[in-house]
Design a protein around this ligand. Structure first.
Ligand SMILES: NC(=O)N[C@@H](CC(=O)O)C(=O)O
Ligand SMILES: [Zn+2]
Ligand SMILES: [Zn+2]
Length: 429
């Protein structure tokens, strides 16, 4: 049986350093421990030990766009970023709207073995928003789909959304909505506001997101269903979520690292690396999103890792695809925006990057406490270290990071999936 001894780690960044012995996929002992003869030893030197991160929103691009990311390369990026589970969005080609595709993604994830890859099933056939996909068949498949989303598209027809929510209650699954009223974003290129208008971008108004979130909260409440809101980007959405949660609506929400750090001031360069859906918003939105995450109005961080090929990004703004890489930079951006600002401590980071996402998706073995007998899905973080982001050096096939050349705090030094070291000192194991 493989054994790993983590020497001198601070659990959740709290208290004195302790040793953690992992045996056969489980945390076997915590305390002052002599290394068993055959154990692999990781000298933690007082670094922060957290439960492995769970990403509810990843685009792995397989099947269909294996030139931009595969399940293997995306899994490597995830492991290096401290993740032990990711949810692979359904907007692949073919679309993951049936049992064959979700089982393929699930199986390829298992074969790769670096991170648990959970396929997200499409809500509607072909993401076309017209007819419900066979949610039940995907839920009962070997992939055991628990999250459904048409991400990339909004399930905008209220009747279809209502039906999806109603079905979801019987299956005990969650519908994750890409909230974008399509009638309000025809031709939209960037946040509708002062910066975008001055620079001549067609506007993507905050109300296009907020109106769908408000509608869906009401639809979910009346259906007694669970709703998850993808990539919240505006202050108004945070207000709607607070209102819905106070009413007892079963709604959860995620914010991306880029919406916690970047603003529409970046539009001035016309560099499509900043093009993303929903768009980068204002400094006021960013401040409100950070506060909402700290308070729990927004439940968790999800990357919306969206790899794109150079020909789809290094072109004129209007022709470029929206989306940016996120898996390997998420922890550092959260450290810069939430920890260094005093809004969250490391226990709070464990909550928003591991515990809450695991709960939302119903994963029994992720986001668990750092305690004896619990599964050893772990990440070790050096909170004092810094690194400089270079897109070409990231494990993703694509290189479209908006943080190119930026110096960011906090480095993931080891990731462990069920007791097996998957990444160590920036290298895949
Ligand atoms: N976020 C993006 O800008 N793009 C995503 C789709 C999505 O998340 O809506 C993609 O698949 O590239
Ligand atoms: Zn989306
Ligand atoms: Zn997405």
């Amino acid at each position: 049986m493989t054994q790993v001894l983590i020497k001198g780690a601070r659990l959740y960044g709290e208290g004195d350093p302790v040793d953690v012995l992992v045996t056969g996929g489980t945390i076997a002992e915590i305390g002052e421990i002599q290394a068993p003869g055959d154990a692999e030893v990781i000298e933690a030197g007082g670094q922060v030990l957290l439960p492995g991160f769970v990403d509810l929103h990843t685009h792995l691009r397989e099947p269909g766009r294996e030139d931009t990311e595969t399940i293997e390369t995306g899994s490597a990026a995830a492991a290096l970023g401290g993740y032990t589970a990711v949810f692979a969005m359904a907007n692949t080609d073919p679309v993951a709207d049936n049992a064959v595709v979700v089982e393929h993604v699930w199986r390829r994830g298992r074969e790769t073995g670096l991170v648990d890859v959970h396929p997200v099933g499409a809500v509607t056939v072909g993401l076309r928003g017209e007819r419900l996909a066979e949610l039940g068949t995907m839920a009962k498949s070997a992939a055991g789909v628990r999250v459904f989303s048409d991400d990339g598209h909004c399930v905008h027809d209220p009747l279809i959304m209502r039906r999806a929510l109603e079905y979801s209650t019987a299956l005990d699954v969650v519908i994750a909505q890409h909230a974008e009223e399509p009638r309000l974003t025809v031709g939209a290129q960037a946040h509708e506001g002062e910066n975008g208008s001055r620079l001549g971008y067609a506007g993507w108004p905050a109300s296009a997101e907020e109106s769908i979130v408000a509608r869906d909260c009401l639809l979910a409440e009346h259906a007694g269903a669970r709703l998850h809101v993808c990539h919240v980007s505006t202050a108004g959405t945070a207000d709607v979520l607070r209102w819905a949660k106070e009413r007892g609506t079963r709604v959860s929400a995620e914010v991306t690292p880029h919406h916690l750090l970047l603003t529409d001031e970046r539009l001035a360069t016309y560099d499509p690396v900043n093009k993303v859906n929903p768009p980068l918003r204002t400094g006021g939105d960013v401040a409100k999103l950070r506060a909402a995450l700290a308070e729990g109005v927004i439940d968790c961080v999800a990357t919306d890792h969206a790899p794109h090929a150079p020909q789809d990004k290094d072109c004129e703004w209007s022709a470029a695809r929206p989306g940016m890489l996120g898996l390997q930079t998420a922890l550092s951006v959260v450290a810069a925006t939430m920890v260094e600002t005093g809004l969250l401590d490391w226990r709070g980071v464990a909550k928003v990057m591991s515990e809450r996402p695991a709960e939302i998706a119903g994963l029994p073995d992720q986001g668990r406490p750092l305690a004896v007998g619990e599964p050893a899905n772990l990440v070790l973080v050096d909170p004092g270290a810094q690194w400089t982001v270079r897109g070409a050096e990231l494990a993703s096939l694509a290189a479209n990071t908006p943080y190119e050349g930026m110096r960011l705090p906090a480095v993931v030094t080891a990731t462990m999936l069920r007791g097996r070291v998957t990444a160590r000192e920036g290298k895949i194991c």
